[in-house]
Design a protein around this ligand. Structure first.
Ligand code: 13P
Length: 288
């Protein structure tokens, strides 16, 4: 069913839960995620990468996700993730997304604020805006970081941390409804064990009432993630771990399904099962 992302997250936090958000590059994964959420009886967020939304096929995917979200028996939000381009944001909203992460985290502080304000001006008051303060290392679409940063298969090292002293000013001036933070999290595979800075998160949490968002949740142990909601982290983003699981499953199953009459339908069934199991475990971990 249709929901507002901020309402979904706030309602979850009131129950001591966080809402998982999963990057969907395709409809098979989205069907699996929504199926898992319906089984669990909890809401979920479908994320669309900006590289996806920047294409005409990607906009058609967003329209399909909108239909899927509206027809679901649980609240489902569709968010454009990590967007910097105002046209991509406007196109994604026109196609059916209901919220945007206007991500100026790699920009100087004032430019980050300006981007979020421009997004608000272009998208209007009805669109829920997440903003990000403190840049995350890694590439949102690749496990080992971007080509520019070397793509080290050993993983991605943590970059900066959110400066908690900026939080009140940033939230007030951007009008963001959710705040993504950098507290030792990275996009993609972690170099070594993830070391979340709970002290920094705590310091951020006392400075704003808007829900916080933890990106780069793949690879963070369940025992850590369960603590997030108590610090007002109401949305937790997963991508890499979902892809790793699906790709391993496809690799395992490919030969047998080729031999079985080029059985793509059977292979897609395994894709669905892998993504659904991952979504089910994330929902179980984050919801009370
Ligand atoms: P991971 O790929 O590290 O799980 O991060 C996902 C994410 O934060 C999407 O915005």
């Amino acid at each position: 069913m249709r929901t507002r992302l901020d309402h979904l997250v706030t309602a979850a936090l009131q129950q001591g839960s966080a809402v998982p958000a999963f990057t969907c590059y395709d409809f098979t994964t989205a069907l699996a995620v929504v199926g898992a959420a319906e089984d669990a009886g909890h809401g979920v967020i479908l994320l669309v990468a900006p590289k996806t939304a920047g294409t005409s096929n990607g906009l058609r995917l967003i329209a399909a996700l909108r239909g899927l979200a509206d027809a679901a028996s649980v609240p489902v939000a569709v968010q454009l993730d990590h967007a910097t381009d105002l046209k991509v944001m406007a196109d994604a909203i026109a196609a059916g997304a209901d919220s945007v992460l206007a991500d100026g985290s790699s920009l100087p502080y004032e430019d980050n604020i300006a981007l979020v304000r421009e997004a608000r001006a272009v998208l209007g008051a009805g669109v829920v805006l997440e903003a990000e303060l403190g840049g995350l290392a890694g590439d949102e679409d690749r496990a080992f970081g971007s080509e520019e940063t070397g793509g080290d298969p050993a993983g991605v090292a943590v970059a900066g941390l959110t400066d908690s002293a900026q939080v009140e000013d940033f939230v007030a001036r951007t009008g963001a409804q959710l705040l993504a933070v950098a507290v030792g999290n990275v996009h993609g595979k972690y170099k070594g064990e993830p070391q979340l800075r709970w002290d920094v998160l705590q310091d951020i949490a006392v400075r704003t009432h808007i829900p916080l968002v933890l990106h780069g949740a793949s690879g963070i142990p369940a025992g850590e993630l369960v603590k997030a909601a108590a610090m007002n982290v109401g949305k937790v983003n997963f991508n890499t771990e979902l892809r790793t699981g699906v790709l391993s499953t496809l690799q395992e199953q490919l030969t047998a399904h080729r031999a079985d009459g080029e059985n793509l339908q059977g292979l897609l069934g395994h894709w669905n099962t892998s993504a659904r199991e991952f979504a089910t475990s994330a929902l179980g971990m984050l919801t009370r």
